[in-house]
Design a protein around this ligand. Structure first.
Ligand SMILES: [Ca+2]
Ligand SMILES: [Ca+2]
Length: 321
């Protein structure tokens, strides 16, 4: 008689519905991004691609807004030229490493292709980054982690770059193409991985680093929301500018890029930070444990071991069946 509930439990073990195994196939980190309480996820590049002939940076937001791994914005099927894929993840899965010269991930001309990115006045942008690139505020040479900025006023949207002081520079542009700058003081170019979130709620700009509010800045742009035309979005390098590029590239690793038409709350940001930190584990923290990317797989293996333990118990009990 006592076998029945055991057999019932065994029936459920191989399936994905076992509440003890909630991390597959989508990770807790990804779930936190996709199902964030504030909503508004419009683009989510996990940068988990592994292939050597891959050019698509898949968008996991459901909006189909894939970017391209490339060289100065052009899709290049050459792993020695475009960003290095499959490097140790900084928060979830694997990440992409940028050479600081011309590597980037770009979605171009999104005025036509990005959905949900026109006519709104608030935003959040999020990523994990690990870099030692020196900061700069030189005109057209901002070391760009994520940017959507062209020389055309109607193509300017926002920038996340590195300040000469080593902190985060966050710029949002109004519809006249004028930029407003917030500068964080928490150093992000020290070679350690950092979780960076920048928000704009139509009144205040905020920068969060590693789950902590770094700075709040109130730009004098009331009545002038974000530019409502996005020309192109670039990660790891300068921003496309109608055939050319402005701003500069960073050398380092970027992971889990997300863009929202909502304002992430501190609680949400802290949850995401803690999940990413835990998901990457010690390996991600050092980055030296390069094969941490496979650590995602390693985690799967660990759960597999747990399952086999359970199965072992069941087999022992069921041996009499
Ligand atoms: Ca990733
Ligand atoms: Ca290159």
């Amino acid at each position: 008689m006592s076998q029945k509930p055991v057999l019932h439990a065994r029936d459920h073990l191989p399936g994905g519905a076992d509440p003890l195994r909630i991390v597959f196939p989508t990770s807790q980190y990804s779930n936190a991004i996709i199902n964030n309480p504030e909503g508004g996820l419009v683009l989510y590049w996990k940068l988990d691609e592994l292939g050597t002939s891959t050019t698509a940076a898949v968008d996991s937001s459901g909006n189909g807004q894939d970017g391209v791994y490339g060289v100065d914005g052009a899709a290049v099927v050459d792993p020695t030229a475009h960003p290095t894929l499959g490097v140790a993840g900084l928060a979830d899965g694997t990440a992409a490493r940028f050479d600081g010269v011309n590597d980037n991930v770009v979605i171009g001309d999104p005025g036509a292709t990005l959905t949900g990115l026109t006519g709104f006045g608030v935003m959040s942008v999020e990523c994990w980054a690990e870099t030692t690139t020196a900061g700069s505020l030189a005109f057209n040479a901002l070391p760009t982690i994520i940017g959507a900025d062209t020389s055309s006023a109607n193509g300017r949207f926002f920038n996340v770059t590195i300040d000469p002081g080593g902190g985060t520079n966050y710029v949002v542009f109004n519809t006249a193409g004028t930029g407003f700058l917030a500068t964080g003081s928490i150093v992000i170019n020290d070679g350690a991985r950092h979780h960076i979130v920048c928000t704009f709620d139509a009144t205040d700009m905020r920068i969060y680093v590693d789950g902590v509010l770094d700075v709040t800045h109130t730009p004098s742009m009331a009545g002038h929301p974000l530019a409502d035309h996005l020309h192109a979005l670039s990660v790891g390098g300068g921003c496309p500018n109608g055939g050319g590029f402005i701003n500069a590239n960073i050398a380092g690793t970027v992971d889990e890029v997300a863009l929202y038409t909502s304002v992430l709350a501190l609680d949400t940001i802290q949850t995401q930070f803690l999940l990413g930190q835990a998901s990457s584990g010690a390996a991600g923290a050092t980055g030296a444990t390069g094969p941490a990317g496979p650590s995602g797989v390693g985690a799967t293996g660990a759960t597999g071991a747990a399952a086999s333990t359970s199965l072992g118990l069941i087999i022992a009990l069921g041996g009499s069946e």
